[in-house]
Design a protein around this ligand. Structure first.
Ligand SMILES: NC(=O)c1ccc[n+]([C@@H]2O[C@H](COP(=O)([O-])OP(=O)(O)OC[C@H]3O[C@@H](n4cnc5c(N)ncnc54)[C@H](OP(=O)(O)O)[C@@H]3O)[C@@H](O)[C@H]2O)c1
Length: 250
């Protein structure tokens, strides 16, 4: 049986590491791309030997388009192609004065960097003739919000993925595009509530289940589908109050 292979771009976050743990436990061969490979050493050393043998590690300079594309291609070659490319990069920050530097940094990582990664991965999958491109996105993209560039960047990601999915269909290629709409920490972090916090292993397990089912879009955890539905439904004057009241205290 062919061994499953996956590239995870931005594998260094807590969620990224949990995905690595669960995927290597299933015997998947992984190529991990992170900003600082040395920072992953301790985590990888703590995995069991068979998992360690299944991991390749590389640096991804996301804000340097040519070098980032080369890093993805190099990892692709090293792995001999991949069944899955999972994009987990993201930058979020909020300041009530909306300093341009923060907005600019978010746009560089979440828009330019994201598009570059997806564009490169899609080309490689197209040349291979099959595979899956998935991104861990956010329900923050459904509407505007206080972290202005962040919310907008997630809408960009959602539309970019939809466009790639349409493109794959036009090419009649078995390439699945999956938009993983994560909700848990956005809400919980803002409201300091544990109610919506699902444990990381559950979040990662739901992500992997959605990927295996080849879903076009999945809400993680599933209860966020309800929040997403409500978010889309709310008239702007109610939606605005809900978000800006809290931030207005600054
Ligand atoms: N956590 C949440 O509250 C939440 C909720 C909803 C959606 N999301 C989305 O889900 C995805 C994963 O989030 P997460 O919380 O697991 O992790 P995260 O802290 O948003 O980081 C994800 C990855 O992006 C990398 N990254 C960040 N800035 C970078 C830069 N300038 N250059 C290169 N790489 C950079 C991080 O590297 P380092 O670790 O080395 O910085 C990490 O590997 C993101 O797209 C995020 O927006 C997150």
């Amino acid at each position: 049986m062919t061994q499953a292979t996956a590239i995870i771009v931005g594998a260094s976050s807590q969620l990224g590491r949990e995905l690595v743990t669960q995927l290597t436990a299933e015997g998947t061969r992984l190529g991990l791309l992170v900003p600082d490979p040395a920072a992953m050493a301790e985590f990888i050393a703590a995995l069991d030997t068979s998992a360690q043998e299944n991991i390749l590690l590389g640096a991804l300079p996301i804000t340097e388009p040519d070098a980032a594309a080369q890093a993805i291609e190099a990892m692709w070659q090293q792995l001999g192609g991949a069944h899955l490319v999972l994009v987990n990069t993201g930058l979020n920050s909020y300041h009530p004065d909306l300093p341009w530097q923060i907005e600019s940094d978010i746009i560089k990582v979440n828009v330019q960097g994201f598009a570059l990664i997806c564009n490169t991965a899609f080309r490689l999958l197209r040349e291979q003739g099959y595979g899956q491109l998935a991104a861990i996105n956010s329900i923050a993209g459904l509407r505007g919000g206080p972290a202005v560039a962040y919310h907008a960047s997630k809408a960009f990601a959602q539309n970019y993925l939809e466009g790639l999915s349409m493109h794959a269909q036009r090419l009649k290629l078995p390439i699945t595009i999956t938009d993983l709409q994560l909700g848990l920490l956005d809400k919980a972090a803002m409201q300091q509530s544990q109610l919506w916090l699902a444990p990381l292993h559950k979040v990662a397990a739901q992500i992997l289940r959605a990927l295996k089912k080849g879903k076009r879009r999945a809400y993680i955890t599933r209860r966020w589908a309800l929040v997403a539905w409500l978010t889309r439904l709310l008239p702007e004057y109610i939606y605005n109050t809900r978000h800006w009241k809290k931030k207005g205290k600054h």
